[in-house]
Design a binder for this molecule. Structure first.
Ligand code: HEM
Length: 190
């Protein structure tokens, strides 16, 4: 018997989108990556404010780099799984809502790939390089302050855009859950 069901209409006439669920591996990756990225944003903003020369600061930066590369690998896996499984059809909603959701999600994917790449590239033009849980990764250049500042500038800008997108994404999910009450959150709930 197939487990896939289509969106249903409940007795009070509301659309119930919760009967169409994302594939389990995608649900797991969504929540693991969400927690990791929110932690990475908090760690990133906190560590850049720490005074220079503090041993704790360099430990935290190394942890940030390793976790960031791990997130990158998980995001690549997520993109592959998403391409393999697709996503359940969206429930009926207004055109602008559909467009807003699609644009936010597409930009989140761009940010999820762009954050680690710009962090890694910035670190490549630094004498410290990047260690991935102790393993030295290739550097793409020598110590270059100008290039480093360009990539870290982009890294910092995307971080703020990501933070705003995560808030928008969360508010959208809450609107569906609390105002529309269409069960959309259940599609992605573990
Ligand atoms: C999900 C991935 C990542 C997120 C969400 C993230 C987030 C952040 C944030 C919020 C900051 C502070 C930005 C600022 O206010 O200037 C930061 C700084 C930094 N990040 Fe990341 N990061 C990620 C991945 C990486 C990776 C993979 C590396 C390196 C391999 C890296 C290296 C750095 C470094 C060295 C800084 C300090 C930059 C500076 O000194 O100005 N990040 N990151």
């Amino acid at each position: 018997m197939s487990t896939a069901r289509t969106s249903a209409t409940s007795r009070d006439g509301r659309i119930d989108a919760g009967s169409d669920r994302y594939a389990r591996p995608l649900i797991a990756l969504h929540w693991v990556i969400a927690i990791a990225i929110i932690s990475m944003l908090c760690i990133g903003f906190y560590m850049v404010g720490l005074p220079r020369g503090l041993p704790f600061k360099s430990d935290l930066i190394n942890f940030h780099k390793s976790l960031g590369i791990t997130v990158f690998l998980l995001v690549l896996l997520r993109i592959l799984v998403r391409l393999a499984y697709g996503r359940p059809p969206l429930p009926p909603m207004r055109t602008w809502q559909r467009a807003a959701a699609s644009i936010t999600q597409a930009l989140l994917y761009v940010g999820m790939v762009g954050m680690p790449l710009t962090g890694y590239l910035g670190s490549s033009f630094n004498k410290y390089g990047t260690k991935f849980w102790g393993l030295a990764l290739p550097q793409w250049g020598s110590d270059d302050k100008h290039l480093r500042e360009i990539f870290f500038g982009i890294h910092g800008t995307i971080a703020w855009i990501m933070a705003a997108l995560i808030v928008l994404h969360f508010l959208g999910a809450m609107k569906h859950q609390l105002i529309d009450r269409d069960g959309l959150l259940r599609r992605m709930w573990p």
